[in-house]
Design a protein around this ligand. Structure first.
Ligand code: 13P
Ligand code: SF4
Length: 379
């Protein structure tokens, strides 16, 4: 990603927080139903309260694909999500990202040149049977690569179904960029760790050729630094001090943490587990801070805390703050588009193929708008 940053005017940055909230609501009313706001669960309360739909990355992709009435989607999330929304919406619709600084360090860990080189080297080793799978948290160029090579996209809420789909077609998958999601999912499906070697793009491999030839899942050496904050020591401390507390983590956490946890799943899954739990349930949650904090406020009848004593804040998700959202909306009222996301057509086609393969795997009912908090905040 090569972001261009537009500094906000002082007329926006000098506003007090209450006034920003009031003007966001006013701009939303003026824009009406032709502008839809999507918010990822990691967004701060001050932003997500304005969203028409909230969700994990899978649900937001589904919702974006269904927007027919709206000519503009304002994406309160990160760049790869906005790119996917652009690919899944029609040519007449525009997706805006309020701050181009809202990237994702994990997505940046798999660059197209490196992936192409890895694919070539593995093919030269005689590995020709291989389906590429990319986590949603990747650039459109990587999704396009997957689409062109018979591959598919997955998210943390469908990684297992996607791997099963791939194994029906091939004995081996190449999974990028998140080694942890790939390893945790592969292990849950019964694949031994030694059959999931790591591909390190810095050294163009790193494991013996034989390990790649015998692999079921070749894992790209990428990670989410936010979820690496959670360590096995955190789980062991809790088990010692508070054995009743249930540990629930996102699959971007490392293998040891996931093995020691009680439950593992996407942000949407984590929310559903908490919502379904009886009063008095104690939780330690291993995912981004804003979601954990929101769940703690929304469920005072339960005892909810983060798994780590360190706040696990995603620095790029927080780039979408109320001033940027306000600026985007007020410019839109004036007929101007801030940071439109346009995936080049030559990339969009293959990326759409890979996204469509994923979306076809789950029917609408399973993770649809049913669970979304659809806020009727448009007059
Ligand atoms: P999900 O939305 O799939 O739970 O993923 C979390 C994440 O890291 C998004 O950036
Ligand atoms: Fe990327 Fe991790 Fe932030 Fe998600 S939480 S956007 S994977 S850096």
């Amino acid at each position: 990603m090569n972001p261009t940053f537009t500094p906000l005017p002082e007329t926006i940055t000098s506003l007090p927080p209450d006034e920003i909230q009031r003007r966001i609501a006013e701009a939303r009313r003026k824009l009406g139903r032709e502008v839809v706001l999507l918010g990822h669960h990691y967004q701060a309360d001050e932003v997500i309260r304005h969203a028409d739909f909230t969700g994990d990355s899978f649900k937001l992709a589904q919702i974006a694909a269904r927007q027919e009435q709206a000519h503009t989607v304002v994406f309160c999330g990160v760049h790869f999500m906005a790119e996917s929304a652009d690919i899944l919406t029609s040519d007449e619709q525009t997706v805006l990202l309020p701050d181009m600084g809202a990237g994702c360090s994990m997505a940046d860990m798999a660059e197209l040149d490196d992936v192409e080189e890895a694919w070539k080297r593995l093919t030269e080793m005689g590995i020709d049977e291989m389906v590429p799978i990319t986590y949603m948290n990747s650039t459109a160029a990587i999704k396009d690569f997957c689409g062109r090579h018979g591959g598919v996209v997955c998210t943390s809420s469908n990684a297992r179904e996607v791997l099963e789909w791939a194994f029906e077609r091939s004995k081996r998958v190449f999974f990028f960029p998140d080694q942890h999601l790939g390893r945790n999912t592969g292990h849950a499906m019964g694949i031994p760790l030694e059959q999931m070697p790591l591909w390190d793009p810095q050294v163009k491999g790193g494991a013996p050729d034989e390990a790649y030839r015998n692999a079921r899942v070749i894992l790209w050496k990428g990670l989410c630094s936010v979820h690496q904050i959670f360590r096995i020591d955190d789980v062991e401390r809790l088990r010692r001090d508070d054995p009743e507390r249930r540990v629930i983590v996102h699959p971007e956490c490392n293998f040891e943490v996931v093995q020691a946890a009680d439950l593992v799943g996407s942000t949407e899954y984590i929310i559903r587990q908490v919502e379904a739990a009886p009063a008095g349930t104690k939780w330690a949650i291993g995912t981004e801070y804003h979601l954990v904090d929101r769940l703690a406020h929304e469920h005072p009848e339960q005892d909810i805390q983060g798994l780590s004593k360190t706040r696990s804040i995603c620095p790029t998700m927080t780039r979408i703050d109320p001033p940027h959202l306000l600026y985007t909306l007020e410019e839109l009222v004036e007929g101007r588009q801030v940071n439109p996301i346009h995936v080049p057509v030559e990339i969009a086609e293959g990326a759409r193929t890979a996204l469509d393969r994923m979306l076809a795997l789950k029917g609408d009912g399973s993770v649809g708008t049913k669970d979304s908090r659809h806020r009727e905040n448009v007059a």
